[in-house]
Ligand binder design. Structure first.
Ligand SMILES: Cc1cc2nc3c(=O)[nH]c(=O)nc-3n(C[C@H](O)[C@H](O)[C@H](O)COP(=O)(O)OP(=O)(O)OC[C@H]3O[C@@H](n4cnc5c(N)ncnc54)[C@H](O)[C@@H]3O)c2cc1C
Length: 377
């Protein structure tokens, strides 16, 4: 039977950044994925790297702090792993006149946390962005350090850099666990191929499938049901405007977000698609929704009028039941650690660092304390 000190189940951005932070541990680490590393939600996401949305959407101080840490740690990771995966485009959030005061307050809060943000009152917005069409009195926030992370590129780069070291990537579909009859501790991970990996520590970083996998060991991970309206989201690609797109632009409340993507491409998401999304929304409907999104965005950003949608995907958010990250083990199965989160593109750089520190030291990290499974009991 194969053996590893730590088995990580799921090689998306969360599992891969954790693996990266275990590279100098001297421990044998196997990261198992049933498919291409970085090929699931980490590939289909909108991938906006930010912490500002946590303040703007009214999350509590612990999650805001974790998100600001995540944003800082993404920059640190970019120094450790130089490559073409981090794209700092800046982000302009445009709001209607009746939202301007709230935006200004949020900008002050963000600045107070060391986050680089600038409030643009209606005059400054109009002077700086004459190409945008906005209603009278609209204001904006400018976040120069935000951008997007190419998740699959980062995961591939991590896998390449770890090759030949103490961390190995392995293809395998995890279908169960062997557990000690007395303590319930996991003793080995079972794969669909019939193979087993003996281990002293499992970490489940399987995104939207996390609850299913943890349940195999008898651990309940409360996550929003797939049928919940907040779980599916639409992400679309389109051809870029002739003169490109300067930054990410958000507008109309949550109606649209558009940003530069790979060369010649832009990416869109938002709620202005006019569909009732479900996990089963057909590809044709998704395309229709993406075209509606592009039309909505083009009202504010006229340069988008000549763009064409090239693809649209409905993908599912790995959403813990109360909306914020879950990190840690359940008391009943202490060596099965769970790490699942929405906003994982932004949070993975910091989650990977803190989770590795907890696993290696055996001591809880203060930053992760608010995110334990025990809060659901
Ligand atoms: C519509 C949408 C928009 C989003 N926008 C943003 C955004 O703008 N900014 C942001 O920060 N975040 C965003 N997110 C969230 C972010 O994309 C996710 O939180 C993140 O990608 C999750 O990464 P992960 O590693 O946890 O999961 P995944 O990338 O899904 O990785 C999990 C892995 O587990 C593997 N796996 C599953 N089951 C098994 C098994 N039985 N055996 C072996 N392997 C298994 C899968 O193959 C997969 O590779 C968005 C998500 C959605 C759906």
């Amino acid at each position: 039977m194969e053996q590893a000190d730590i088995v990580i189940v799921g090689a998306g951005i969360v599992g891969a950044t954790l693996a990266w932070n275990l590279r100098d541990s001297g421990l044998d680490v196997i990261i198992v994925d049933r498919a291409e590393p970085g090929g699931a939600t980490t590939n289909s996401t909108f991938a906006w790297m930010n912490a500002s949305s946590k303040v703007r959407r009214g999350y509590g101080p612990d999650y805001v702090r974790l998100s600001v840490d995540g944003w800082c740690d993404a920059y640190e990771l970019a120094l450790e792993i130089p490559g073409d995966w981090m794209h700092v485009t800046g982000n302009l959030e445009v709001v209607a006149a009746d939202q301007a005061a709230a935006l200004e307050g949020d900008v002050r809060r963000l600045v107070g946390q060391g986050y680089l943000t600038q409030y643009l009152d209606p005059e400054r917005l109009a002077a700086r962005y004459p190409e945008l069409v906005v209603d009278e009195g609209s204001a904006a926030a400018w976040y120069p350090d935000e951008g997007w992370i190419d998740g699959p590129a980062l995961v591939t780069d991590i896998a390449r850099r770890l090759e030949g070291g103490n961390v190995s990537f392995r293809t395998g579909d995890v279908v169960g666990f062997d557990q000690d009859g007395g303590s319930a501790r996991v003793t080995s991970v079972r794969l669909a191929s019939g193979e087993r990996i003996r281990t002293g520590q499992v970490v489940v970083t399987a995104g939207v499938w996390t609850a299913d996998i943890a349940a195999l060991a008898g651990v309940t991970v409360p996550m929003a049901a797939r049928a919940d309206a907040s779980v599916p989201g639409i992400v679309a690609r389109a051809t870029a405007p002739a003169d490109g797109l300067r930054h990410q632009i958000m507008g109309g409340g949550d109606d649209f977000v558009v940003r530069p993507h790979r060369p010649g491409e832009i990416m869109l998401t938002g709620e202005g698609h006019g569909l009732e999304l479900t996990a089963d929304t057909s590809p044709e409907e998704a395309l229709r929704g993406a075209e509606a999104l592009l039309t909505v965005a083009a009202k504010t950003v006229p340069a988008l009028r000549d763009c064409d949608v090239t693809s649209a995907t409905v993908c599912l958010r790995a959403l813990p039941a109360d909306g914020v990250s879950i990190t840690g083990a359940d008391a009943d199965v202490p060596n099965l650690y769970v790490a699942v989160t929405h906003s994982g593109i932004s949070l993975a750089p910091t989650l990977g660092k803190f989770i590795a520190a907890e696993l290696l030291s055996g001591r809880p990290e203060e930053a992760l304390e608010p995110f334990r499974l025990a809060r659901f009991r």
